[in-house]
Design a protein around this ligand. Structure first.
Ligand code: GAR
Length: 194
């Protein structure tokens, strides 16, 4: 990737707070364009956020996602980077192959721990606390054919205190995600070492 006019598309399924932070971070950057938001959930708050911001939102269902025409749609958009920000469907293998090392995800645990199917949202933080872990955090990783198993790009750890609840841990981790995900995206777009 060279460092001018990078096009980013974001996939999100839920509240969209990371997607918004990413958008805000690059809003005044002429070299990075948040082109569009792809969402599989018509009730997701991320749709409201980005419609108000006049950013193209593409809504699709699970069946459409796994059809080959979907890959063509993405190819036509020609993104430099595909960013998953709270996106819960597994990325079809054809898309992973077509965009090798150009799809990244953020996950609210220290992968490989607490990853895989069913591991999202508060489920993760409940398990972490139940298992009396001393540390948690988030992981940014490349997306490969296996759920939550692509090469790790960046992890941030935080200590878990004795009074921690799944809710308090969730909000601490989310805040860290907001602070770090845009910076890591920028480094990847600029081909900077991490
Ligand atoms: C974030 O904590 C993200 O790490 C997590 O969903 C949340 C989305 O919040 N992603 C996963 O669990 C992926 N398996 P947001 O919609 O407010 O950005």
């Amino acid at each position: 990737m060279n460092n001018t006019n990078k096009k980013v598309i974001i996939f999100a399924s839920g509240s969209g707070s990371n997607a918004l932070k990413i958008f805000e971070y690059f809003n005044n950057n002429q070299n990075v364009i948040i082109d569009s938001i792809y969402c599989n959930n018509p009730r997701a708050n991320v749709i409201n956020i980005f419609q108000k911001l006049n950013i193209k939102t593409v809504l699709f269902n699970k069946k459409e996602f796994y059809e080959s025409t979907f890959l063509e749609t993405i190819r036509n958009t020609n993104p430099d980077l595909i960013v998953l920000a709270g996106f819960l469907l597994k990325i079809p293998e054809k898309i992973v192959s077509a965009f090798e090392n150009r799809i990244i995800n953020i996950h609210p645990s220290l992968l490989p721990k607490y990853g895989g199917k069913g591991m999202y949202g508060l489920n993760i933080h409940k398990e972490v606390i139940l298992n009396k872990e001393k540390l948690s955090g988030f992981t940014i990783h490349y997306v490969n054919q296996e759920y939550d198993k692509g090469a790790v790009i960046f992890q941030k750890k935080i200590k878990i205190n004795e009074k921690e609840t799944p809710e308090s841990l969730s909000s601490k981790v989310l805040k860290l995600e907001h602070e770090n995900y845009p910076l890591i995206i920028e480094k990847i777009l600029n081909n900077e070492g991490l």
